[in-house]
Design a protein around this ligand. Structure first.
Ligand SMILES: *[C@@H]1O[C@H](CO)[C@@H](O)[C@H](O)[C@H]1NC(C)=O
Ligand SMILES: *[C@@H]1O[C@H](CO)[C@@H](O)[C@H](O)[C@H]1NC(C)=O
Ligand SMILES: *[C@@H]1O[C@H](CO)[C@@H](O)[C@H](O)[C@H]1NC(C)=O
Ligand SMILES: *[C@@H]1O[C@H](CO)[C@@H](O)[C@H](O)[C@H]1NC(C)=O
Ligand SMILES: *[C@@H]1O[C@H](CO)[C@@H](O)[C@H](O)[C@H]1NC(C)=O
Ligand SMILES: *[C@@H]1O[C@H](CO)[C@@H](O)[C@H](O)[C@H]1NC(C)=O
Ligand SMILES: *[C@@H]1O[C@H](CO)[C@@H](O)[C@H](O)[C@H]1NC(C)=O
Ligand SMILES: *[C@@H]1O[C@H](CO)[C@@H](O)[C@H](O)[C@H]1NC(C)=O
Length: 535
C-alpha cells in the first residue's frame, strides 16, 4: 500500500481555483483506486469559497481553519445558517461538517436555527427550527415564527413541532406555527422548551411612549410532545416592568413592536426554568407557578451581589446552568457574552462562566470561572452566539451573527478556529459540536463520468478514463464501498472494496464497463446499495 498527496484537477467541474489537497490510496486491487473528490470553488469576491461534488448538488461552505496540535473534542459541527446573509454564502442550509472541513450532511435549503443533535427519550435525533422571520437582520430582526423539525438517525422526519398559541403577530406577519428561532430543547420529560414572540400592549409612558404602546412579549413555553399541549407558559410582561430594558426605545406600533425583553434561551433546572433576557441583561430562575425565584443582572449582579472583574455581561446569549460537584449549592452559569458596547461593537464577545452559590447571597458573590476569547483575533458579535462545554474539557464558541467558530482548551487556550463566510456576511445562531451516528433511509448516490485530463487516479487506472463518484448524504459510519461492475445489469461482478474518502469518494473503473453499482459497508457489512448506473 502506498499513499501520496497531490492536487486534483478534474476538467469537468472546472472550478476557478482548486485549493483542496486530496490523498489517494492504492487499495487491494490494482485496478481499483480511490480518492477524495471534493473540489473547493472560489468564484467571487463576495461569496465565501464552497465545496462541490459530482454525486451531490450540495455546496457547503469551505471552512478555513487555523489550529494547534493540541487535542480537540470529538464530534461534528452543526451549523444552521440564516438566509439574511445569503449574499455571503453559496448555499443557506443546515450543514454537519467535521472539524477538518468534510461535509457529513446537508439539509433542506433555507433558514434553520438552533440546529443540533439531542435526545428524544432513548432516540438520538437532530432538530432545527424552520419558518419565517429573521435571526439578525431585517424588520423581524431577532425573531421568528415557525416549527421545529425533528429527524431520526435515518433522516426520517419524526415530527414537526408546531406551537399553536393563537399569538398576535405584528402586521404583515402570518404563521401557521408560532415557535421562535431561539430555543428548541427536548427535555427528559418528553416535552420541548420553546420561545415565542407575541405582540401585546403595554404602558410605555415610563419610556416616553404611549399608554397603550405595542410591545413584543417574548414568552417561554414548555410543550408536551405527545399531546402538543403547553404545560408551562411564562410571560415576562405579566411579571416585569418594560422600563427595566436596556434596549433604546424609539417608538413602536403594531408593525414594529418594541422588543423590550428579548428571550433567547430557556433551560429546565429541576422543576424550575432558567430564562435569559438579552435586553434586560438578566437571567431569571422561575418556578412552575411563574414566580421569579432569583435573578442575576449582568451589570450589578442582581440577587447575587457584585459580579467579579471581567464577569459582567450584556446582550448575552445561551444562559446555561450546570452542576459541578455533589454540592447542590454550587453551580456554574455560562454565557455567550456578546458584550456589545452600544453600537460600536468593539468589545470581544466572551465565553463567560460564573461560579454561583445557591441560594444567592450577596455576601458570597459570583466568582469568575472562564472569560475565554481569542486574544489575537478577537470577534465582537452583536447578536446570537453559543458557548458550550465539550466532552474532553474543551469549549466551543459559535459567534452567532459573525461567521466564526472557535474551540478553546480547558484553560482558554485557543486550539481551533474556523471561518465560513466573510466578516458580516454569514451567520449561524448557535454552533454545536456533537456526536452523531446516522444511516440514511435512502440510497447512496452514484455518478459515473469520464475524466478528460490526467488526474490523481490516472496512474492506477491505466488507459481507462472512467471514474465513479459516490456519496451518501448524512451517513456517518461508512467505512468502505464495494464496487460492482459489468457489461450489463445481470452481469454485475464485485471488483473489490475501496475505502471511503471524505464526503465523496472518487474511484477508478475498468474501460468497457457498462453498468456500475456500489454497496456501502459498515462494520464489515453491506448496509445499502446505490442504484445501478448505466455508463
Ligand atoms: C462564477 O460566478 C459567475 C457569476 O458571478 C457564474 O455565472 C458562474 O457560474 C460561477 N461559476 C461557478 C463554477 O460557480
Ligand atoms: C386557537 O384558536 C382556535 C380557533 O379559534 C381554537 O380552537 C383553539 O382552542 C385556540 N388555541 C389556543 C391555545 O388558544
Ligand atoms: C398574546 O397577546 C394577546 C394580546 O395581544 C393576548 O390577548 C394573549 O393572551 C397573548 N397570548 C399569550 C399566549 O400570552
Ligand atoms: C418603571 O415603571 C414602573 C411601572 O410603571 C414605575 O413604577 C417605575 O417608577 C418606573 N421606573 C423608572 C426608572 O422609570
Ligand atoms: C411603525 O414604526 C416604525 C418605526 O418604529 C415606522 O418606521 C413605521 O412607519 C411605523 N408604521 C406605522 C404604520 O405607524
Ligand atoms: C480581565 O481581562 C483582561 C483582558 O483579557 C485581562 O488582561 C485581565 O487579566 C483580566 N482580569 C482578571 C481579574 O481576570
Ligand atoms: C444538580 O444537582 C442537584 C443536587 O444534586 C440536583 O437536585 C439537580 O437535579 C441537578 N440538576 C441538574 C440539571 O442536573
Ligand atoms: C487564521 O489566521 C490568519 C492569519 O494567519 C488570520 O488572518 C485569520 O483570520 C485566521 N482565521 C481565523 C478563523 O481565525
Amino acid at each position: 500500500m502506498r499513499a501520496w498527496t497531490s492536487t486534483l484537477a478534474i476538467g469537468l467541474i472546472a472550478p476557478t481555483s482548486v485549493l483542496s489537497h486530496t490523498i489517494a490510496t492504492r487499495k487491494t486491487s490494482e485496478s481499483l483506486c480511490a480518492a477524495n473528490s471534493r473540489q473547493i470553488v472560489s468564484n467571487s469576491s463576495d461569496i465565501w469559497p464552497w465545496q462541490t461534488y459530482k454525486s451531490s448538488n450540495l455546496t457547503p461552505p469551505h471552512l478555513t481553519i487555523n489550529k494547534t496540535s493540541e487535542d480537540l473534542a470529538s464530534g461534528f459541527l452543526f451549523i444552521g445558517q440564516e438566509d439574511d446573509s445569503s449574499t455571503g454564502v453559496e448555499e443557506v442550509s443546515p450543514f454537519i461538517l467535521t472539524d477538518d472541513n468534510e461535509l457529513i450532511w446537508g439539509g433542506p435549503v433555507g433558514d434553520s436555527s438552533n440546529f443540533r443533535q439531542q435526545y428524544w427519550g432513548e432516540k438520538s435525533v437532530i432538530s432545527f427550527w424552520v419558518g419565517t422571520g429573521k435571526a439578525a437582520y431585517g424588520a423581524d430582526a431577532g425573531r421568528g415564527w415557525g416549527e421545529v423539525q425533528i429527524y431520526d438517525d435515518e433522516y426520517n422526519l419524526l415530527k414537526s413541532v408546531c406551537l399553536q398559541l393563537n399569538l398576535t403577530l405584528p402586521t404583515g406577519t402570518t404563521t401557521d406555527c408560532d415557535a421562535d428561532v431561539h430555543e428548541s430543547f427536548i427535555t427528559e420529560d418528553n416535552t420541548i422548551l420553546l420561545t415565542a414572540y407575541n405582540t401585546s400592549q403595554a404602558d410605555l409612558t415610563s419610556l416616553g411612549g404611549e399608554k397603550d404602546g405595542w410591545v413584543y412579549d417574548s414568552i417561554a413555553v414548555e410543550l408536551d410532545l405527545e399531546t402538543n399541549e403547553p404545560v408551562f407558559i411564562w410571560s415576562p410582561l405579566a411579571h416585569l416592568n418594560v422600563n427595566l430594558t436596556h434596549e433604546p426605545f424609539t417608538g413602536s406600533n403594531l408593525t414594529d413592536p418594541f422588543d423590550w425583553f428579548h428571550i433567547n434561551s430557556i433551560q429546565k433546572w429541576g422543576d424550575h426554568y432558567l430564562i435569559n433576557s438579552r435586553h434586560l441583561w438578566r437571567t431569571f430562575l422561575v418556578n412552575r407557578q411563574g414566580e421569579i425565584v432569583w435573578y442575576i443582572d449582568g451589570a450589578d449582579g442582581g440577587d447575587f451581589g457584585t459580579l467579579p472583574t471581567n464577569g459582567t455581561f450584556s446582550w448575552q446569549h445561551m444562559a446555561r446552568l450546570r452542576n459541578v460537584s455533589s454540592n447542590p449549592n454550587e453551580v456554574l452559569l455560562s454565557y455567550f457574552n456578546n458584550d456589545l458596547d452600544s453600537g460600536t461593537a468593539t468589545n470581544p464577545s466572551i465565553g463567560l462562566t460564573l461560579r454561583l452559590t445557591l441560594p444567592p447571597n450577596p455576601k458570597n458573590p459570583p466568582k469568575l470561572e472562564t472569560d475565554f476569547y481569542d486574544h489575537k483575533y478577537p470577534i465582537s458579535s452583536a447578536a446570537e452566539g453559543s458557548f458550550t462545554p465539550l466532552d474532553n474539557g474543551n469549549t466551543l464558541m459559535g459567534y452567532g451573527d459573525e461567521p466564526y467558530i472557535k474551540e478553546y482548551g480547558p484553560s482558554g487556550d485557543l486550539r481551533w478556529s474556523a471561518q465560513f463566510a466573510g466578516y458580516n456576511l454569514g451567520q449561524s445562531y448557535r454552533v454545536y459540536k456533537q456526536e452523531w451516528h446516522a444511516t440514511p433511509y435512502y440510497k447512496p448516490s452514484l455518478v459515473v463520468d469520464s475524466v478528460t485530463a490526467k488526474d490523481d487516479l490516472s496512474e492506477c487506472a491505466g488507459s481507462s478514463s472512467l471514474r465513479g463518484y459516490v456519496s451518501w448524504n448524512g451517513a456517518t459510519d461508512v467505512e468502505k464501498y464495494e464496487v460492482f461492475a459489468g457489461s450489463s445489469a445481470s452481469k454485475l461482478k464485485s471488483l473489490g472494496e475501496i475505502e471511503k474518502k471524505g464526503f465523496e469518494t472518487q474511484f477508478t473503473l475498468p474501460g468497457g464497463t457498462k453498468v456500475v453499482q456500489v454497496a456501502a459497508i459498515q462494520s464489515g457489512r453491506a448496509v445499502r446499495k446505490s442504484e445501478i448506473v448505466h455508463v
